[in-house]
Design a protein around this ligand. Structure first.
Ligand SMILES: *Cc1c(COP(=O)(O)O)cnc(C)c1O
Length: 371
C-alpha cells in the first residue's frame, strides 16, 4: 500500500469517530451521513482550528443538509444527466466534454454539486471507457476533455494511465484536463511516480479546488510544485460560500497564496442550486463585491472569472461588476478604475464608413454628461 492510501485509510468516515474526534453527537448526523457519505483526511482534519471554521464547514456534516424544502434546489441542478450521451460523459459545450472517472473523493464536500452520487462505489469500467472512446472518435468537434468525478486522482496510477492512454489514441482530442481536490486535501497522493506517468500525456492541464487560504500548507505547496515541475499548468476553482469565504479579504489572501504556489486562479463559482446545500448559498452581490475588491487591488493574474453555472444546463456564465464602463458612444468611452477615478478614452473613427453596431446598448448606460 502506498503512503497516500494509508493516509486515506486514517480518514474519518463514520459518525462514531466523528463524535470522538470533533464532539458531534453521532445520532445528530447519522441519517445525513447515510445519505451523503463523509470523509475527512488527516491533512484536512489538521487544518481545523475551531468549531465551525471555514475548513470545518466544508467537511463536517450538519443536520441542515437534511433541509430539502427549498423548491428551487434539485438533485441534479445542472441537468448533467440530460446532457449525457454515454454513461459518465457530459457533453454540453460544442468542443469539450466532461468525464466522470470515479465516484470517490479524498473528502466529501458538504456543498458538492454531485452529492447525488459521489461516495457510492463506482469507477469507469473498461466497458464504459470503450463506449466513451467510440463516442469521442465519432465526434471530431471535441478537442478538450475534463476528467472529473468524484476525483480522478483517487484511482490508482495504473487505472488512470489506462484512461489517459485510451483517450490519447483519439487524434482530434487536443487537450486533457484533470479536475481534482487531491493536492489540497491528500497531498501525499502527488508522488514522483504519478508525476512521471502524467508527463507522458501532455498537453495536460489541472484545475485544483481551493476555498480558503488555510488550505494552503507546506505539504500542499510541495505537491503543487511537483505537478508544476512536471509541466502541468495549474488553475484553481473556488466555490463562494457563506461563512467560508464570502469576504473580500479572505478571497484576496486565497488568490495571492495560490499564485505563490504556482496555481493561477481560474473560476469562482456562485454556489449551485443543489438539494441540501441551501445554507451555503450567498447573494450574487457578494460575489460582485469580491471581484471589485480584487480587480486592480491585486495582480490581474489573481483575478478569476466569477461564474454562475446556470440551472438546467445553461452552462457557466461569467458575470462582472457593471460599474467600470460608464458611457460609450461613437466618439468616446468613459471608464472608471479601481480607485473610483474616471477616464475618457477617445474611439477611433469607424473604418470604411460602415457603422459597427455598438455592442452595448446606450440606453443601458448612465450618461455622466446629464448629471
Ligand atoms: C465546466 C464544464 C466544462 C468546461 O468549461 P470551461 O469553461 O471550458 O472550463 C465542460 N463541460 C461541462 C459539463 C462543464 O460543467
Amino acid at each position: 500500500m502506498e503512503q497516500w492510501q494509508k493516509d486515506l485509510k486514517e480518514s474519518i468516515v463514520d459518525v462514531e469517530t466523528l463524535e470522538k474526534v470533533l464532539g458531534i453527537p453521532a445520532d445528530e448526523v447519522r441519517d445525513i451521513v447515510e445519505e451523503y457519505p463523509m470523509r475527512i483526511t488527516p491533512h484536512v482534519l489538521s487544518r481545523i482550528k475551531n468549531e465551525g471554521d471555514a475548513i470545518w464547514k466544508q467537511v463536517v456534516p450538519t443536520a441542515e443538509e437534511g433541509n430539502l424544502d427549498a423548491a428551487c434546489e434539485a438533485e441534479d441542478p445542472l441537468h448533467e444527466e440530460k446532457d449525457s450521451p454515454v454513461p459518465g460523459l457530459v457533453h454540453r459545450y460544442p468542443d469539450r466534454v466532461l468525464l466522470v472517472v470515479t465516484n470517490q473523493c479524498p473528502i466529501y464536500c458538504r456543498f458538492c454539486t454531485r452529492k447525488r452520487f459521489v461516495g457510492s462505489p463506482g469507477t469507469l469500467t473498461p466497458d464504459n471507457l470503450e463506449k466513451v472512446v467510440s463516442y469521442l472518435s465519432e465526434h471530431r468537434e471535441v478537442r478538450d476533455i475534463i476528467f472529473s468525478g468524484g476525483d480522478p486522482l483517487m484511482v490508482v496510477d495504473m487505472l488512470l494511465e489506462r484512461v489517459l492512454k485510451a483517450l490519447r489514441g483519439i487524434p482530434h482530442l487536443e487537450i486533457i484536463r484533470i479536475g481534482t481536490r487531491v493536492p489540497g486535501t491528500l497531498p501525499s497522493r502527488i508522488t514522483e511516480k504519478l508525476c512521471n506517468m502524467l508527463k507522458a500525456y501532455h498537453p495536460l492541464y489541472m484545475n485544483l479546488h481551493f476555498n480558503h487560504p488555510d488550505e494552503i500548507t507546506p505539504e500542499v505547496a510541495k505537491a503543487c510544485g511537483m505537478l508544476a515541475d512536471a509541466g502541468i499548468p495549474l488553475g484553481s476553482q473556488t466555490v463562494l460560500m457563506e461563512g467560508v469565504n464570502d469576504d473580500p479579504e479572505v478571497m484576496k489572501r486565497l488568490m495571492q497564496k495560490l499564485l505563490a504556489i504556482r496555481v493561477k486562479p481560474y473560476y469562482i463559482y456562485q454556489a449551485d442550486l443543489v438539494r441540501g446545500t441551501h445554507h451555503f448559498r450567498t447573494r450574487v452581490e457578494k460575489g460582485l463585491k469580491i471581484i471589485s475588491a480584487l480587480r486592480g487591488h491585486t495582480s490581474g493574474m489573481g483575478v478569476p472569472h466569477y461564474v454562475i453555472d446556470a440551472p438546467q444546463g445553461g452552462g457557466k456564465i461569467a458575470i462582472l461588476p457593471q460599474d467600470t464602463l460608464l458611457y460609450m458612444d461613437d466618439e468616446e468611452v468613459i471608464v472608471k478604475n479601481y480607485e473610483d477615478l474616471t477616464f475618457k478614452y477617445p474611439q477611433p473613427a469607424q473604418s470604411n464608413g460602415v457603422g459597427e453596431e455598438s455592442s452595448i446598448p446606450l440606453s443601458m448606460l448612465p450618461n455622466p454628461k446629464s448629471d
